[in-house]
Design a protein around this ligand. Structure first.
Ligand SMILES: [Zn+2]
Length: 86
């Protein structure tokens, strides 16, 4: 039996192009601010990670440093309070 060669190259090239295109898109100022805030909090060790909701929060205030994914049925986000109880 002859094995069919799957066009893997084509797929990965498409994927790389898609990734490059996504990476070249300018991020919005809001996205930039959020990521910076999260990175700074992690570096400064003021961010805690909540396993239950799969998100980082500010250890001092309980404010989430990440937005929920927005899916109504997401088990991580659906029961997430406005702030984490500390
Ligand atoms: Zn979610």
């Amino acid at each position: 039996m002859q094995t069919m060669k799957t066009p893997k190259k084509t797929v990965s090239v498409d994927l790389v192009e898609a990734l490059l295109e996504a990476a070249s898109k300018p991020r919005t100022a809001a996205q930039e601010r959020r990521t910076t805030k999260l990175n700074e909090a992690i570096k400064a060790n003021t961010a805690g990670y909540d396993r239950e909701h799969d998100a980082f929060f500010d250890k001092k205030t309980g404010v989430w440093l990440e937005k929920g994914c927005g899916h109504k049925d997401c088990e991580f986000c659906k029961n997430r309070p406005k702030k984490k109880k500390l």
